[in-house]
Design a protein around this ligand. Structure first.
Ligand code: TTP
Ligand code: MG
Length: 385
């Protein structure tokens, strides 16, 4: 059976949410990102991109290039809520959704297109539903595999809808520059250029043996496979994924133990929530700590029984953190849960039953009112005291 993979990516996501929420920003260059000295651009609206502003650019340069721009620091928790709403729609269109980032996913829609006249109609239907429910615009690519689907969604951004049918792979793919090959950038791209390869067709026609003269066999095989539009990776839902992780990079290095613990708790809550959402428990908890000078530590612990509860995940991460004896500023913290068991097969503590009840109540609220509801309630409680 032919596979159909859809890749969906929201256009200028953070900036579009700002333009949706503030009428006065519409049609104007909006730049979202850190406003501190070390701030970088998270994203720019398409109006701002015309001035040469793009993601990951230092904010100081963005201000120089686009002095008339509207600069906002943005609200990540809000974008996360919008993202959840969009992912809810993805799940209405496919049982197999693989999240790639906050605004981007692969959907395996094999067979689903039969519900409609064709793939294009299915893609249009998804775009329309996202627009009606969120007021935001997505670009969609549909193709026989992940590589081509992702490439397709980017080809006519913004507001794109591109289908690459199996019969037209060469026609669409071969004239494109080699930088469009998944994984080709920087050094590989430079070396390919020096050898005279400009477009994907040239790489495909060169073949593996020719490329092997200059590149390793593994890379050569991969390049030729992709250049011919072949990619057999499956769409991995979270349950099939090997791990669930979240990390946070601080605007400014944090220095106190309290700040680190607060960040670890927030991360543990995210990882726990994601595990519970897919009915999984993690047996291994990994902590990642990156210092201001980019020294990075990872430490992990494998538990005797798996867990999906925030407090357990936090407890392990906190112990791993204190055992590191970090004394200088911290740039990034991350927690990952891996080695999955299906929820219910394992229990870490005897009072698991109570925890199950508690967390299903918390998750119910989160599902109804958005992820941050519990934090809002806690903050309110503190204020009221
Ligand atoms: P992207 O999908 O890469 O970018 P985008 O949605 O802003 O624009 P488009 O897809 O139309 O090219 O990333 C999604 C969001 O992730 C983006 O709105 C902001 C955030 N982000 C960062 O915070 N830092 C980054 O370096 C990048 C690339 C994205
Ligand atoms: Mg996007």
């Amino acid at each position: 059976m032919e596979r159909y993979i859809m890749h969906v990516d929201m256009d200028a996501f953070f900036a579009s949410v700002e333009q949706r929420d503030h009428e006065e920003y519409r049609g104007k260059p909006v730049i979202v990102g850190g406003q501190s000295v070390r701030g970088v651009v998270a994203t720019a609206s398409y109006e701002a991109r015309a001035f040469g502003v793009h993601s990951a650019m230092p904010m100081a340069i963005a201000r120089r290039r686009c002095p008339e721009g509207i600069f906002v620091s943005g609200n990540h928790a809000h974008y996360q809520e919008v993202s959840q709403q969009i992912f809810g729609i993805f799940h209405d269109f496919s049982p197999a959704v693989e999240a790639l980032s906050i605004d981007e996913a692969f959907l395996d829609i094999s067979g689903m297109e039969k519900l409609m006249k064709n793939c294009r109609a299915y893609g249009q239907k998804l775009k329309k539903k996202i627009y009606l429910q969120t007021g935001l615009i997505a670009s969609v690519g549909i193709a026989p595999n992940k590589f081509l689907a992702k490439l397709a969604s980017d080809l006519e951004k913004p507001d794109g809808l591109v289908i690459i049918a199996s019969g037209e792979i060469k026609r669409v793919l071969w004239p494109l520059p080699i930088s469009r090959l998944w994984g080709v950038g920087g050094k590989t791209e430079e070396r390919l250029h020096r050898l005279g390869y400009e477009n994907i067709g040239q790489v495909a026609q060169a073949g593996e043996a020719e490329l092997c003269k200059n590149f390793g066999q593994k890379l050569s095989r991969q390049l030729v496979k992709l250049a011919n539009g072949r990619d057999d990776r499956l769409v991995e839902t979270e349950r099939e994924a090997q791990s669930v992780g979240n990390e946070v990079t601080f605007e400014q290095d944090i220095v106190t133990q309290e700040e680190a613990e607060a960040a670890l708790l927030a991360l543990a809550e995210k990882v726990g929530w994601r595990l519970r959402r897919v009915n999984c428990c993690a047996r291994t908890i990994q902590l990642k700590v990156r210092l201001g000078d980019f020294t990075t530590y990872t430490r992990s612990r494998t538990l005797s029984a798996a867990t999906c509860y925030d407090e357990d995940i936090y407890g392990v991460a906190r112990e791993l953190f204190h055992a590191l004896h970090v004394h200088s500023g911290i740039r990034l913290l991350g927690i990952t849960g891996s080695s999955f068991d299906i929820y219910g097969q394992a229990s870490l503590f005897e009072d698991n039953h109570k925890k199950e009840e508690l967390y299903s109540a918390i998750d119910g609220l989160k599902k109804r009112f958005g992820y941050d509801i519990i934090n809002h309630l806690n903050a309110k409680k503190k204020k009221d005291k």
